[in-house]
Design a protein around this ligand. Structure first.
Ligand SMILES: Nc1ncnc2c1ncn2[C@@H]1O[C@H](COP(=O)(O)OP(=O)(O)OP(=O)(O)O)[C@@H](O)[C@H]1O
Length: 293
């Protein structure tokens, strides 16, 4: 299995710095979520790992080997699927499958056919007649059936309805059990796709804002609710992600583990503490493009 390592990677295009000194270790065999506001650099990061955009400086390694000449053979090792698959009007679903299969040495026909069946997309359908959700579904079929050791999925659920997204999540998890690999998913659909993630990378303006295991992140978000003054006393000095006031009551979402002293103070003040769900925590982090206040 292959992990991905980026060391001091910068990507520039003329005057624009798209990715700025990124260092990341994406461990093998895990599902990594890449989040961030529009323009944060998510697609650029995935293109870079897929070898489509060479780094201006820094190194990218897959399975310990550098991308490019004398290094990783990209078509064998890394596959990138984008939600905005551009249909070739002349081709049908089966042609696209056959073409991708010819490039990918780990291709599995059974996976492709089962997924198409669950998505209710006929093999003979011309790509030009598919809806956006169906095109995205075909993209995920190609991405999962290719079984590349590093699978990159960029907004792969664009336009899919809830049933299609469930099929995708279900099939990805099932296939990872029998054929583990490193999966990197860039998405804005945190609520829908978030449950898949083992690790989360949050990007903002081409930089890594946060990179954590989901289990660690979950212990970081607490919603403190109670009387306004008492909530203010408890959260003073803590990074705050969200704040709501309703008459005499207030709720504040704080970021970071609460110390024993704060927990004791919360009990003393009769405040209610509840962990916030991962999608909610990630949504707060992503909304706040400067990270926790
Ligand atoms: N070739 C390029 N030349 C100049 N700027 C670019 C180029 N490609 C991307 N950018 C800029 O880099 C930034 C990151 O773009 P990118 O598409 O990676 O963001 P993203 O996080 O995937 O956004 P979204 O969620 O909207 O898809 C954007 O501001 C974009 O305009």
């Amino acid at each position: 299995m292959s992990g991905v390592e980026l060391d001091g990677v910068t990507l520039r295009d003329q005057d624009a710095t798209i990715l700025d000194r990124i260092s990341l270790r994406l461990e093998s065999g895990r599902v990594h979520g890449v989040l961030g506001p529009s323009g944060a650099g998510k697609s650029s990061l995935l293109s870079l790992i897929a070898g489509f955009s060479p780094a201006t400086c820094g190194t990218v390694r897959v399975g310990g080997r550098p991308l490019g000449v004398g290094g990783v053979i990209i078509t064998e090792q890394v596959g990138l699927v984008r939600g905005h698959l551009v249909p070739d009007p002349a081709s049908r679903v089966e042609d696209t499958l056959a073409f991708t299969a010819s490039l990918r040495s780990h291709w599995c026909d059974q996976v492709a056919l089962r997924l198409l069946d669950r998505f209710r997309i006929p093999l003979g359908a011309p790509l030009s007649r598919l809806s956006q959700g169906e095109l995205s579904a075909v993209g995920t079929v190609l991405g999962l059936a290719a079984r590349t050791p590093v699978t990159l999925l960029d907004e792969c659920c664009t336009g899919m309805d809830a049933r299609m997204r469930d099929v995708f999540l279900d099939e990805l998890l099932a296939d990872l059990m029998v054929y583990p690999r490193t999966v990197v998913i860039a998405t804005q659909l945190i609520q829908e796709v978030g449950p898949l993630f083992d690790d989360v990378v949050v990007l903002d303006r081409g930089r890594v804002l946060l990179h954590e295991r989901v289990g660690d992140l979950q212990s970081h978000g607490t919603c403190v609710t109670g009387a306004v003054e008492q909530v203010d006393d408890l959260v003073r000095g803590l990074p705050q992600l969200d704040e709501r006031e309703l008459g005499p009551a207030k709720s504040v979402v704080v970021y970071g583990p609460l110390s024993e002293e704060r927990l004791a103070l919360a009990r003393e003040l009769g405040l209610d503490l509840s962990p916030i769900g991962l999608p909610e925590l990630m949504a707060h982090l992503v909304e706040d493009t400067h990270g926790p206040r």
